[in-house]
Design a protein around this ligand. Sequence first.
Ligand code: FDA
Ligand code: NAD
Length: 436
Amino acid sequence: MAAEAKHFKYVILGGGVAAGYAAREFGKQGVNPGELAIISKEPVAPYERPALSKGYLFPENAARLPGFHTCVGSGGERLLPEWYSEKGIELILSTEIVKADLASKTLTSAAGATFTYETLLIATGSSVIKLTDYGVQGAESNNILYLRDIADADKLVAAMQAKKDGKVVIVGGGYIGLELSAALKMNNFDVTMVYPEPWCMPRLFTSGIAHFYEGYYSNKGIKIVKGTVAAGFEADANGDVTAVKLKDGRVLEADIVVVGVGGRPLTALFKGQVADEKGGLKTDAFFETSVPGVYAIGDVATFPLKLYNEQRRVEHVDHARKSAEQAVQAIKAKESGESVPEYDYLPYFYSRSFDIAWQFYGDNVGDDVLFGDNNPASANHKFGSYWVKDGKVVGVFLEGGSAEENQAIARVARAQPAVADVEALKTEGLEFATKI
Ligand code: FDA
Ligand code: NAD
């Protein structure tokens, strides 16, 4: 039988967050039946990936599909598979593209099917960095788990059921490390986190911010081992992990190991075909790459961050959503000889665990100014940090903010107000933001 060959006006390669929001925007802008396809190696329609490290792992009332298909994460319509079929948008699932030939505008799947397009949106996201990539001894043992997609989340849920109340070692002190250690603790596991840095999430947190989260986690019973890495693993006769050997010589017992040591943008299919920068596919302010008609959105795009006048890549959901909308609006405007404003993004990151939640807007550069009560034992803990560069506030972090307060810190990060007296800013704290 001849392999499948299909043609579409628009193809979105990848079926994650950016793909879901791009499809919704195509729906809004108008797309004819048969014009658009989403090709995804995942077996399900686009969903809100952040749910996987939060609600999906709750001990009770856990989130499950179809509950969190895009675009519910931003308060939008939930696009069920029926939505795509009603619009005549083809969802080509469980299909991995293994070759992209941009010159002939052809994608080839692992099964040999070919897909041609006029306009391509690359939305392949990131893959996890694995300890096997570094050749860590024993890293291929059973129950050493990662979290990127729903199949990974299901493996974790199965391991949690098989190893009830057991010991978990979390390798990594970033987003995955912090969210997963909380989720596993909530499921009554004995949790130990291990990371090499002097404090958690160093790419965003200052020592003053981390002081709160490390103390809060310790008070919840999570053990934290800093300044070392997993150098090897022990396994039993079945190949199930039993212990983590640390570089400093200590050995931690483990029934499950969850590894969150960072991601890598999935750009390899386009190597040598599209200009790249800072590990991603370089785009303009409309997310068009160096190849006309080929766009890159979400985690894979290195785009002009207008506010800071530099090219950046952002691995967060808010940008995945907004870049998708911007690209589709730009594509549709171009078709009718119009244009849209340049992307003008204000970086926004957030996280939630236990009953705590933080938001961050802007840029964490310059001098940091901690304010508020960051005592993890305090019943009224509420604190934040400003970042001040060249006499202006450029970034704001806030733990425990209300919706209005979070809007206020976003306004500050966008407006970049001048600060005459840093000491006064520390004393004024959140009030400085709520006055802007
Ligand atoms: P995304 O990873 O969502 O989608 C990529 C899609 O492409 C996947 O469906 C993949 O299978 C598919 N694909 C890749 N290569 C392919 C190929 N060759 N052929 C076919 N399909 C292919 N951010 C945040 O701001 N707040 C948060 O709370 C969280 N929480 C969070 C939890 C977890 C567990 C993860 C893994 C990530 C987050 N993030 C987050 C990050 C956020 O989810 C991420 O930035 C976006 O999902 C990026 O959207 P993309 O569409 O670019 O990639
Ligand atoms: P990350 O970059 O946030 O953290 C990686 C951490 O790995 C580092 O902080 C460091 O502590 C640790 N590390 C590095 N090498 C190590 C080693 N050899 N041994 C032990 N620790 C080591 O990456 P992540 O937490 O893996 O997250 C993956 C992706 O998922 C990122 O794109 C992230 O943005 C995204 N994500 C985001 C959120 C959110 O925004 N709330 C939540 C979950 C995941």
